[in-house]
Every structure is written in C-alpha cells, then in structure tokens.
Design a protein around this ligand. Sequence first.
Ligand code: GDP
Length: 302
Amino acid sequence: RPGWKERLKNGLARTRSQLGGLFGRTRIDDELLEELETTLLMADVGVDGTQYLLDELKKRVRQDGLESPAQLQTALTDILEGLLKPLEAPLDLAAHKPFVIMLAGINGAGKTTSIGKLARHFQAQGKSVLLAAGDTFRAAAREQLAAWGERNNVAVISQESGDPAAVVFDAINAAKARGIDVVLADTAGRLPTQLHLMEEIAKIKRVIQKVDATAPHEVLLVLDANIGQNALAQLQAFDKALGVTGLIVTKLDGTAKGGVIAAIARQQPAGKPLALRYIGVGEGIEDLQPFVAREFASALFG
Ligand code: GDP
C-alpha cells in the first residue's frame, strides 16, 4: 500500500493532472490564466479563494518577471502555502487534564472513524484516552465507537439510551477520577438538512462547561472533503452553535478535489484563529495526519 503522501496525491489526482496540463505549456498568456481560473473553481477553491490566488499570482508575474508556466506553478504553490499556513496549529494536549475534545459533524463525514484514529494517535504520544459515546440516537454509532474503543484498548463511556449530555458529563467525571489525559466526546451527526437541530449539541457543550468551566478545550468539526463548497455552510452553522476551534478534513485520499481547504482558509473570520488539526487520508486507524501547509500545497499544486 502506498504511503500517505502518495495516497493524498492520488486522491487529488484530478486537480493535479488538470494543473499539470496547464503548467506544462510553453508560455504564460491570457488563455492560460483563464483556464487556470476555471481549474481552480472546479477544484473547489471557491470564487473568493480563486480570485485571491490569481491576484497574488499576477502580482508575482509582474514583480518577479515570471516567464514560464513552470515558474507559475512554483509561485502558485508558494502562495497557497502562505494562505494555508495559519491553519497549521497542532493541539497542545498538555494545556489541560483531562483535555476535553468534542467532535461534531454531519452523518457520514467520518466522525466516528476520526475518533478511533485520534485515540490511536494520542496513545502513541503516551496519552491515556477515554471515549464518550455522545451519539445516543443511533445504536450503530454506539457500537461503532465501542469497536474503536476495543481496537485501541480504551474505555468507552456509553448509555443505551438517554441524554447525550449526561453521557459526556459522566465521561468527564470518570476521566477526572481515573487521571485520564484526553476525553474524546462523540456527538450525534446531523443531516445537512437538519442543521437547525444544532441546539442539542449546544446543550452538550453547556453541560460540559458545568463539569469543567474551561472545557471543551477543543470543538473539532469533521468535514468530508468531497462536499466541496458545502463545507463552508456547514462550518458556519456549526460555528454559530458551538464555536468551532478546529477541523478535521477527511477523505482526501479519495476523489476529493482538495481546493476546499483553500476556501476554508479564506473564510476565516479575522482575529479568530481556526486550525485545521488533521487530515484523513484513508479508512484505517493510522490514516490521520497532522495538517502541514507545505505538504498539502505541494500535493495539490506542486
Ligand atoms: P460518521 O457518520 O461521521 O461517524 O462517519 P464514519 O466515521 O462512520 O465514516 C463514514 C465512512 O467514511 C466510513 O466508511 C469510513 O470508513 C469512511 N472514512 C472516514 N474517514 C475517511 C478517510 O479519511 N478516507 C477514506 N477513504 N474514508 C474515510
């Protein structure tokens, strides 16, 4: 099986090959720039993100006297790296004990899988982990979480039915009693059409704050890279209800176009740091990588 960088590049192949065709040409002209614009739009970079990248690129063409499409490619990769750099911010788990992470996202985004991967990742850093099955609506979600708990050999706090907030409340208290480092709290996924039902997840957050006024220390939104510009609407809706502090973008090894990460970077409200903590690059337990702007920019444009 290829390594994760290879899988990421394979996942982004559509965008990469289109750009490769453009940058393989002999000269920079208006036609090339127009096709570049179309390619970026089709790669989910968004109207605003595309405008930004092209404006910056044209500036460099003038200032640095770029002459060949190959130079354009290097410049564009640099510009993208600069745009994505502020998203690069690893979690500091030592800041709190237990460090409480609440995960949110719509059904199918990859939330439960990401919890399993995170548990493995944190354990590899020497941290003890506890899972809270805060999705009490779907029996399947509880079972899936229990399976990840078993695979990682970590405890899962779960209730057959009942109030998700109560489950998370119990989990944090259990973590305190057991001296656990990290609590990963699952929440019920929402369908894209049910974003207004977010009040319930907001309630989980309020209950968490009752156990620990500083918690949750991270509200992680899990987004599927394949949903393109819809990611922005989801981010906005979840942020309004919960105050999202970090993201996981999943399925970048699949058929995603990848540009949505640039669109997200552009949407960041000024003065409010939003971090892209991890990217999902496969279905397996190890297939989670801390986000590194340079690596992603060269996987997409380089
Ligand atoms: P949830 O409903 O948000 O909890 O989503 P799940 O964790 O059940 O994931 C939905 C599907 O996406 C499952 O088939 C996962 O194996 C798959 N999945 C999750 N993350 C990734 C990823 O990074 N890459 C790929 N290829 N598949 C993923």
